[in-house]
Structure formats: C-alpha cells, structure tokens
Design a protein around this ligand. Structure first.
Ligand code: ADP
Length: 257
C-alpha cells in the first residue's frame, strides 16, 4: 500500500512516496514553493521515481505553508504535526525538533510517540530563518548549499551585530569592503541565525534528544553553532528537509490503513 506526502513550503516543494507506512520508496525536492509550478512537478518526479500512478495511492496528505491550495489531497495537515511524525520516524527518541525553513523557525516538543505537545514559532522576522541565509548568500554570490563549507574554513567568525536582515545586509557589505574574509563572514552569518533560533528554543524546555528539520538543517555551520548555543548535541539526517513530507505520508497511512 502506497501513501504520498507533499510539503509545499515558501521556497521549496518536497514529496515522499511511502510503502506500508514503513519504507520511503522515493522522494523529490524542488526549488519553488507555493504559487509556482514546482509542487506539480515534484509530485510527478516522486511518482515516477516510485513507479507508481496517482490512482494507485491509498492516500495523499498535503502539509506546509501552501497545503490548503493543493486540491489533489485527501488530507491537509499542519506542518507541526507532520514534522513531528517525520522526525519520530527517523529518530524515535527525539523529543525536541528545531525546524528552520525558508521563512520561519519553529521549536516543537514531542511526546514519546512523536505527537506535538507544544511549540514556539518565529514567523515575524526574517532573521533566524532560511531567508536570512538566502539574502546573505546572494550578496556573497555563494550558493546557499556552500555556506557550510565556507563556515568550516573560518578562522574567526565575523560579528554581525544587526538583528534586522536589512541592516545586517548593509553590515555584511561594509565588512566585505573592509576586507573581512568571506569564510569569517559566512561563519558570522551562521552564528547570527543560530543565536536567534537558540533564543527562541530557550523559551521552551529543550528536552533531549534534539534534532533539526527543514532546509537550514543541511547547513552544518548553523547546526554546530546552534548545538553550542543550546548546550545539546543536535541529531542530523540527510532527510531533514523531507521530514514534513515523510510525516504527511505517514499521516495518510495512519488514516487509510
Ligand atoms: P520551506 O518549507 O519554507 O520552503 P525549507 O524547510 O524547504 O523551507 O528550507 C528552505 C531553506 O533551506 C532555504 O531558505 C535555504 O536557506 C535552506 N537550504 C536549502 N537548500 C540548502 C542546502 N543545500 N544547504 C543548506 N541550506 C539549504
């Protein structure tokens, strides 16, 4: 029995096909989120990867910022629930998820079954989200996927004192003009995001084990800075950006099995 999860985010569309609620058969991840053609294309890619037709799916669940605009789904479920289910599937012992996506950051507490107990969210300010990293990567003309590599080569992380993305942008440009190394700037940028999210996380009780989800989890510079700031190891899976879609496929399985 196949179920399907689609996570339509602000920047990226993610899909997962699961077999019997236990096995990930295929997945897709495509830049372009709500309002673009990426969700449809991501669906096509994931179905093709699994060799499964739409009619063969027992259930489809949509999650993410754009979930309610996706009509071809039996279920529409909040990303808090889906990230919880997805993280629990990959790391059964996880009790706290730090999810940093393209336009918000959330800290989610789970019970031992992966059900959401409590959460806190920053969706008011781009600092402390993927948006901050995207803006800075753009200024530095570095692909966002390479920020990790640069940050690892830093000698002394630059201090980014502005908490506002627009002011931080000017600050980064002026530090570049003053000859600050790119690697040190990137490390400072990762520290800045980690600092904002750590402040959010400290407002909720951080019960171990802790993992990250969302696209920013793929940035090891943010992961290690965040781990240091919250004083806890942070588990990482290469599936981190797909946790919402995995959780959605699991939700569809729970409801249709
Ligand atoms: P959303 O669901 O809001 O679209 P995601 O959880 O998919 O957000 O995360 C998107 C963010 O992930 C982007 O804003 C970007 O900063 C970051 N990101 C995307 N790809 C990578 C990568 N390869 N390495 C590091 N960060 C990445």
């Amino acid at each position: 029995m196949f179920t399907f999860g689609i996570d339509i985010g602000s920047t990226t569309s993610k899909c997962v096909v699961m077999k019997d609620g236990t096995q990930i058969v295929s997945s897709s991840l495509l830049t372009g989120g709500i309002g673009t053609r990426s969700p449809q294309e991501a669906v096509r890619m994931a179905l093709e990867g699994a060799g499964v037709r739409r009619e063969e799916l027992a259930g489809v669940c949509a999650t993410g910022y754009g979930r309610n605009r996706y009509e071809d789904a039996e279920f529409h479920v909040s990303e808090l629930t889906c990230h919880g289910l997805g993280a629990h599937y990959i790391f059964p012992s996880v009790r706290t998820i730090i999810d940093i996506g393209g336009q918000d950051a959330k800290v989610i507490s789970l019970d031992e079954k992966g059900r959401m107990q409590n959460f806190l969210m920053n969706d008011k300010c781009a600092a402390g989200t993927g948006r901050f990293l995207d803006v800075m990567a753009n200024i530095l003309v570095i692909p966002v996927g390479e920020l990790e590599k640069y940050s690892q080569e830093a000698k002394e992380p630059a201090r980014i004192s502005s908490t506002c993305t627009v002011f931080a942008e000017s600050e980064v440009i002026s530090q570049l003009a003053n000859g600050v190394e790119m690697t040190d700037l990137v490390a400072g940028i990762c520290q800045s995001v980690a600092g904002r999210v750590a402040a959010l996380a400290k407002r909720i009780s951080i019960v171990p084990e802790v993992c990250m989800s969302g696209g920013v989890a793929r940035n090891g510079g943010v992961r290690s800075a965040l781990s240091e700031k919250i004083g806890q190891p942070i588990l990482f899976s290469p599936y981190a950006q797909l946790f919402g879609a995995i959780g959605a496929a699991l939700y569809a399985f729970e409801k249709t099995a």
